[in-house]
Design a protein around this ligand. Structure first.
Ligand SMILES: Cc1ncc(COP(=O)(O)O)c(C=O)c1O
Length: 400
């Protein structure tokens, strides 16, 4: 007898993602089509990836056109698609250079290697200035370098000994970073808005203070904008809202609008550390991925989606605050920036329970942290769809 999709996963998939039971077959804009024939309002956007919605016609046309010409050719050759994307990233972030890879964790690995090269340039030898400071509850990825940077016990458990040289300060607590800082620190890496742990925006004093601290100790300030970048918080990069300039930025998720791609931007002063042979990738920057990213970034510009995220993000935030006040025994608080928001629940209510009830009522959200749900709709979301989502959320909270 033919196996179902769920049965195939149960039998053939490695079990690291746990058991999943929601099968999807497609999407259009902010609507996700379930295999059950139902339509769902998608306020998860594939964990902040589908920034221009599902099956955006311009994106589909660009990807199909590029696929019919050439998907891949390696980094041994030049392509106009990669050249255009490099230019777009550098023009949007600032004077410097960019490197294209395939994911957020890879982008962070590249930043960590740049940090070590920086330390070697400053001290003249390896192993003297290589420590990297990151923040408790951050998330930087699952590869061994990014994992060592990710100061969360539940993510690191089982993988000791971790890569050496990481120390963890408390997010939004500058003093805790000052205590850890020293001449052996090569870089500080933080998310301007912590995503996975439940959407916590940095305070301006924290990011500005880290900039000063890094300058004082000749360490690089690195921002992980994998989740909060590309218009989601109301500017191309979230850090641009804070007017704090990093030496390096990692990016992924929303950059490709659904196509796997990551990137690193490096300031003029540290881009030259990546001399020939120091880093590389087979797939990174292939013309198909670059065409997808260019189409996504064109759409961000054409429809002013960062401005939309700012305006409608504030609207969504206000709506969530009102609902939080309405159910004080169930909701601790709502917080976020732009269209990157979360609601934190009070026990005994669990985010898993709320998430499945919401889905049954037609709204898809993403769990975060210990007991939160994230609202990460596509950036071209309409006010009427936010109203629908708020209505479903309110109705669901009432019934719990
Ligand atoms: C801030 C941040 N950095 C890095 C990553 C890792 O990205 P990827 O899953 O593409 O490797 C994530 C993924 O959730 C993230 O949110």
């Amino acid at each position: 007898m033919k196996m179902t999709v769920k049965e195939k996963y149960a039998k053939y998939a490695t079990p690291n993602f746990g058991v999943r039971d929601f099968e999807v077959v497609g999407g259009k804009g902010c609507v996700l089509y379930g295999a059950d024939g139902k339509k769902y309002l998608d306020f998860g956007a594939g964990i902040a990836v589908n920034s221009i919605g599902h099956a955006n016609p311009r994106w589909v046309k660009a990807v199909a056109a590029q696929a019919s010409k050439m998907a891949h050719c390696s980094n041994l050759y030049l392509t106009s698609q990669q050249a255009d994307l490099l230019e777009k990233i550098v023009r949007s972030v600032g004077m410097g250079r960019a490197f294209i890879c395939n994911s957020g964790t890879e982008a962070n690995e590249a930043l960590l290697k740049v940090a070590r090269l920086h330390g070697m340039r400053v001290t003249g030898e390896e192993g003297r200035k290589y420590r990297v400071l990151t923040a408790v509850d951050c998330f930087h990825g699952r590869t061994l370098g990014a994992l060592a940077a990710t100061a969360q016990h539940k993510v690191q458990k089982g993988f000791s000994p971790l890569l050496d040289g990481f120390s963890y300060g408390n997010f939004n607590d500058l003093e805790s970073f000052e205590k850890l800082m020293g001449d052996d620190v090569a870089a500080v890496l933080v998310e301007p808005v912590q995503g996975e742990s439940g959407v916590t925006p940095a305070t301006p004093e924290f990011l500005k203070g880290l900039r000063k601290l890094c300058d004082k100790y000749n360490a690089l300030l690195l921002f992980d904008e994998v989740q909060c970048g590309f218009g989601r918080c109301g500017a191309f990069l979230a850090s641009q809202l804070y007017k704090v300039k990093a030496d390096g930025v990692s990016m992924a998720k929303g950059l490709g609008g659904g196509f796997p791609i990551g990137a690193v931007w490096l300031s003029k002063t540290c881009a030259d550390l990546l001399t020939p042979g120091t880093h590389g990738t087979t797939f990174g920057g292939n013309p198909l991925a670059c065409a997808a990213a260019l189409a996504t970034l064109d759409e961000l510009d054409r429809c002013s989606l960062a401005a939309n995220a700012k305006k409608l993000g504030a609207y969504l935030g206000k709506g969530l605050d009102e609902i939080a006040k309405k159910y004080p025994d169930k909701i601790k608080l709502a917080r976020g920036l732009g269209l990157m928001r979360a609601v934190l629940f009070k026990e005994p209510l669990s985010n898993a329970e709320v998430c499945s009830k919401l889905r049954a009522n037609g709204l898809v959200l993403i769990p975060a942290g210990s007991n939160a749900l994230r609202f990460l709709p596509p950036l071209n979301i309409k006010k009427s769809d936010i109203d629908k989502a708020l209505k479903i959320f309110d109705k669901t909270m009432k019934g719990l």
